[in-house]
Design a protein around this ligand. Structure first.
Ligand SMILES: Cc1cc2nc3c(=O)[nH]c(=O)nc-3n(C[C@H](O)[C@H](O)[C@H](O)COP(=O)(O)OP(=O)(O)OC[C@H]3O[C@@H](n4cnc5c(N)ncnc54)[C@H](O)[C@@H]3O)c2cc1C
Length: 456
């Protein structure tokens, strides 16, 4: 065997698998394969000047490379079983929380010291939300910020690179079962290992489908979240964001009894493009450094769509809606809330005259031509509900960017060790469909590393 363990994907899942393997057994031979570049070589060409919107690079610097999809994220590290994945269903609630706390400690000692931990425990907002038909989910969140998150990743790489072989710009195209291990095919060559951890995140979802087909690993998929990103003056949400930083609030709509939820809140942040498999959607960031902060806060409002038989392609459904916005707007569309409820498109002038200055150069348009009525009605209802706990949310000038889509990977059939039916082949992180967050993905990495260290 060339390696004891090969890890595919250098996102949080892969990084913390490697980190914990080294802590458990220093003499293990470990390799990490990563389709993207090392951290310092990851540069998105959008500069707001010459390149204003996504040019669909072959390898997306935002999604691929050391640090994975989370590298330029806001670094909101949520410690909770209420959202961010269902790791607890496999390993138990207590262990899941313990592992998330363990990773948090590592982040803190690798550059995150001095960052703040926020918590919903003991806050008055729970009551205020319930009084207005909203539910505030329980969580503790450490806000690393995009800048400190980067420093933590730099430090982790410095520590890992002496004990781990990193193969960057090396997309694994096939995994083969061999005697007592696995053969990893990449760049027209191959290497063998005893144990293999696959942690390819959302960007690796299409490839994961082929791996599961080739190795006859059962999967299921039935969910996609669709919605918009809301941007408004930070002061409107400051009571909530100053105390909680990120609040996950759920609203049950009166019309359809659908759940609409807030997601990825970025106080004083910016709205950004996200490219998933060539489709441009919207996301958000914020910085810990006050010099990089803006006067706006942004967050997503998402509606979860679960499909039942015979429809199986929930991600395809989300992609089609995102493609529609790309077709109409050449990318992301932005609309004032006031224009949306009046049934008219936003124009460059209406946005310019508004009180909220957009932080993303998106095309003014009409989101009602893109989003299904049921989803749009739910979003509008929730904006009015949020207006009761944060007055001003439903102002005419509040900006809505669309579409935001959260694609879920198909759920791979794995056991309580996060191991597939092939012994020694583990699937973790967002790519397994079990996690959807930095904390759950990282915790799943630590968990399999400990399991592997016990057996090797
Ligand atoms: C803009 C943005 C902001 C976010 N903000 C937050 C946040 O604040 N808090 C939070 O909890 N979550 C956030 N997320 C989600 C979070 O980043 C992910 O949940 C997390 O990164 C998942 O980790 P992972 O290791 O499972 O996968 P990923 O981070 O996606 O890493 C997978 C890696 O595998 C590589 N790969 C894929 N296929 C192959 C292949 N065939 N061969 C080799 N390598 C391959 C990819 O290049 C990638 O680097 C954000 C995501 C984005 C895009």
């Amino acid at each position: 065997m060339n390696y004891d363990v090969i890890i595919v994907g250098a996102g949080p899942g892969g990084i913390f698998s490697a980190y914990e393997l080294i802590q458990s057994k220093k003499d293990l031979k470990i390799a990490v394969f990563e389709e993207g570049f090392p951290l310092e070589k990851r540069h998105c060409p959008i500069d707001g000047d010459k390149v204003k919107s996504c040019i669909k690079c072959k390898t997306c610097a935002i999604m691929n490379g050391f640090g994975g999809a989370g590298a330029f994220s806001d670094g909101k590290y949520n410690i909770t079983n209420d959202f961010g994945g269902t790791l607890y269903e496999y390993i138990g609630k207590e262990q899941a929380i313990d592992l998330m706390k363990y990773v948090d400690e590592i982040n803190v000692t690798h550059g995150g010291e001095g960052t703040k931990m926020y918590s919903t425990a003991g806050t008055n907002f729970k009551k205020l939300c319930l009084q207005n038909k909203l539910k505030l989910l329980d969580a503790s969140v450490r806000h690393l910020g995009t800048d400190i998150n980067y420093v933590v990743l730099e430090n982790l790489y410095e520590e890992l690179k002496n004990d781990v072989d990193f193969y960057f710009h090396s997309s694994v195209n096939k995994i083969e079962c061999i005697n007592n291990g696995y053969r990893i095919h990449y760049n027209h060559t191959s290497l063998d290992c005893t144990k293999c951890i696959i942690s390819v995140g959302r960007s690796g979802s299409k490839w994961m489908e082929t791996v599961c087909q080739d190795l006859d690993i059962p999967t299921k998929s039935n969910r996609v979240d669709i919605g918009v990103r809301v941007e408004l003056p930070a002061v409107i949400f400051s009571d909530l964001t100053d105390e909680l930083y990120e609040s996950k609030i759920v609203y049950r709509t009166e019309k359809f009894e659908d759940n609409v939820r807030t997601f990825c809140m970025n106080p004083y942040g910016i709205v950004v493009n996200e490219n998933t498999n060539g489709i441009v959607t919207v996301n958000g960031h914020s910085y810990e450094n006050p010099e990089q902060q803006t006067e706006n806060t942004n967050f997503a409002l998402l509606v979860a769509k679960h499909f039942s038989e015979p429809f199986k392609d929930s991600n395809g459904y989300g992609e089609s809606i995102a493609r529609l916005s790309n077709m109409l707007g050449g990318g992301v569309i932005v609309q004032r809330f006031g224009d949306l409820v009046r049934g008219r498109r936003s124009t460059v002038n209406r946005i310019k005259e508004g009180l909220v200055t957009p932080t993303l150069a998106a095309t003014p348009g009409d989101l009602s031509l893109v989003l299904p009525k049921r989803i749009l009605d739910g979003i509008i209802e929730m904006i009015y509900a949020l207006d009761k706990i944060a007055p001003g949310t439903a102002n005419d000038d509040t900006l809505l960017y669309g579409v935001e889509v959260k694609f879920y990977n198909m759920e791979v059939d794995i056991d309580e060790n996060l191991e597939t039916k092939h012994k020694g082949l583990y699937m973790i992180g967002d790519g397994s469909g079990v996690t959807h967050s930095l904390s759950h993905a990282s915790a799943s990495g630590v968990y399999v590393a400990r399991k592997i260290a016990e057996t090797l």
